[in-house]
Design a protein around this ligand. Sequence first.
Ligand SMILES: Nc1ncnc2c1ncn2[C@@H]1O[C@H](COP(=O)(O)OP(=O)(O)O)[C@@H](O)[C@H]1O
Ligand SMILES: N[C@@H](CCOP(=O)(O)O)C(=O)O
Length: 311
Amino acid sequence: MKKVTAFAPATVANVSCGFDILGFAVEELGDRVTVTFSEEPGLKVTKIEGDQGRLPYDVDKNTCSVAVKAMLEKLDFQGGIEIHLTKGLPLGSGMGSSAASSVAALEATNRLLGNPLDKKDLLPFAMIAEGVACGAPHADNVAPSLLGGFVLVRSYDPLDVTKLHVPNGLYCTLVHPHFELNTADSRSVLRQQVPLKDAIIQSGNIAGLVAGLFQEDMGLISRSLQDVIAEPSRAVLIPGYEEIKEAIKEAGALGCGISGSGPTTFILSPSREIAHKVSDISQEVFNKMGLEVDLYVSAVNIRGAYVINEE
Ligand SMILES: Nc1ncnc2c1ncn2[C@@H]1O[C@H](COP(=O)(O)OP(=O)(O)O)[C@@H](O)[C@H]1O
Ligand SMILES: N[C@@H](CCOP(=O)(O)O)C(=O)O
């Protein structure tokens, strides 16, 4: 085998109350990476498409190559590999764009080398790339993008991630208003201390959300979609967010939150029909604020990253 192409999906990190510890993958949206053996030793990013010329070719800056470089060092691989990235995700959108690139690159490279590593063992390399992209090696985008479904990061040290149950009939709406929020900037607005009363509220909600997913209890999921840690500092950066939050609940959605560090807003609904209805409602609110949007309705992607083609 000389050439492998892999796809990695977009992700919703945090899922409201699970700051840096919860995320899920969505369908269809994502990045594609092709890796090819080359005669010349070393790693190279040779082509990037779909980024309007904005992403770095520097091996130590592009998340694809940062992740693959760390993996090749671990495997003590001495040959040559070329990377071709096709971006399907907008940058700075809160849909795990930097993560989808590194995860697709790792999935493709692992197959190219004959699968020397288990899927889960690729995670630390993708986290190194997140550290380069946004200053923090958080796993709540890379883990669901790689593994699919809802993923909980129980611990960072040692790394302990686990897949959660995905209830039947759960749908997600992603509303992406056309402006960018850089993850590093959205992290810099966060408080560094959490009052005890907020820690109690947040812990209850995380536990409630996890229990709600396993029990397929839509009411419990709905009540648990509350974030008192990151959202209060970040919601002010997204015009119309509070209005959407109220309107979608009235229309039957379970609740909403900021997807990752925003500005994309995710809404969870108990049916596809409601997911489409709240998509229209959110579009109206953002348009009223003078913002154009992209809209996506999706079930939760349970497959994660996968190889599309090998030659
Ligand atoms: N392959 C890549 N895809 C996306 N961003 C990348 C990539 N490689 C490096 N970056 C850098 O990482 C940052 C990604 O921004 P970020 O706000 O984290 O996006 P997102 O929230 O969509 O992941 C940008 O500064 C970008 O230049
Ligand atoms: N937990 C992180 C998630 C960032 O997600 P992104 O898609 O905006 O990169 C955070 O909230 O900072």
